[in-house]
Design a protein around this ligand. Sequence first.
Ligand code: TV7
Ligand code: CA
Ligand code: ZN
Length: 421
Amino acid sequence: DLNNPDRNNRRVAYFYDHDVGNYHFFLGHPMKPHRIRMTHNLVSNYGLCDEQEYDAPDEVGEGMRALNDPTAGMDEEMQEAAKWERRIMNGSRGKAMQVFRPRRATKTDMTKFHTDEYIDLLEAVTPETADALTGGGTRCLTGEDCPAFEGVFEFCTISAGGSLGAAEKLNSGHADVAVNWAGGLHHAKKSEASGFCYVNDIVLGILELLRIHPRVLYIDVDVHHGDGVEEAFYTTDRVMTCSFHRFGEFFPGTGDVRDTGIKRGKGYAVNVPLRDGITDATYHSVFKPIIKQIMDTFRPGAVVLQLGADSLSGDKLGGFNLTLDGHSMCARYVRSFNVPVMMVGGGGYTIKNVSKAWTKETSIMCGVELPEDLPFNRYMEYFGPRYKLEVLPTNVDDHNPPEYLEALKRQVFENLRQLPH
Ligand code: TV7
Ligand code: CA
Ligand code: ZN
């Protein structure tokens, strides 16, 4: 029900580029950009946005715009206000959020974090030249995880462009929540691709948020450790990073609870290493108290929430046992603090579940409750035989005994107590 009172005026800006689903890592690679198109199709068939409405400055000519747009001629500030007002006045007929096609990130944008040499290589490389340019796969792009697929650079301009657009939208004060499911690529390093990630859209987005906000909190729900983001801000007290991840013989191998940052950043990296099979109840027995404590002591001006969906039950690579409710509870809980939020994607390899999770999390930010029965959509056949907005738990063992989690929480709280407050 789009009239749900819980909607309470959260302005949601959703960034989507309809080209993103056309990129393919190599055949058999688990990372499938198509899942972002599936998500968008589900989001629009649930009626959360208007498929036609697309703020695409590079496609719509100014002349056309003036003809169709009742706000043409107003100054920018007035235009923004008028758009949200129309949305609210439209009531149940109005869609819950505004859709934007992001501008593509430029090399200048990317080198705010990455080295010029690395970005030059990323732009130049093709499947044919990969071997020669990377020294046989020993430099920058390594192994099967990060292949030089056709269009890899363009894919990165879309992913990073969305996170930059989202950060700019929050900075301008024109939205309370900004969403980029094509982002969340948390492993990319300054001069190296890692773990399916080439350009670290999250680091770029956080750098943009830091122009306005003295402190930014990063929360990472992906089953893998958010090592690239942690490393980028390991020595600063202006960004707190907090990753929940599977730990112990699992990629990338970092994220021990004792790794808390260095220099001015000491205490500003929070790591919550978990064992496989974790369920909703046990996950939230650590997630909620830790996030609450961080919000109270760090008091961020903005939150970046990475919602990697590989922590869901049944993921091809994951190993956790979170249901759709358990995963999306992270978004619901973060929203409850009423701080501007940027939501990004990340991992997620059982793609029917990824699209359900990101659709539900989009709706949560809009304050809209979705019916359990999936609406008819272009990818209907993926969702059979039940066609429900659900991801059910499996009967794997939870290797996180209460004693382990209690000790973990105690350790994290002790680290947080060392911070000035
Ligand atoms: C954010 N796990 C990214 C997560 C990145 C995980 C890995 C694979 C994998 C890659 C393939 C493939 C795979 C079935 C799974 C040590 C290795 C082992 C490559 C075969 N099938 C995110 C990265 C992780 C590539 N890498 O956090 C092509 O699994 O464990 C590793 C490294 C060396 C390389 N080999 C795997 O979710 C987006 N890779 C099939 C084809
Ligand atoms: Ca994580
Ligand atoms: Zn992951």
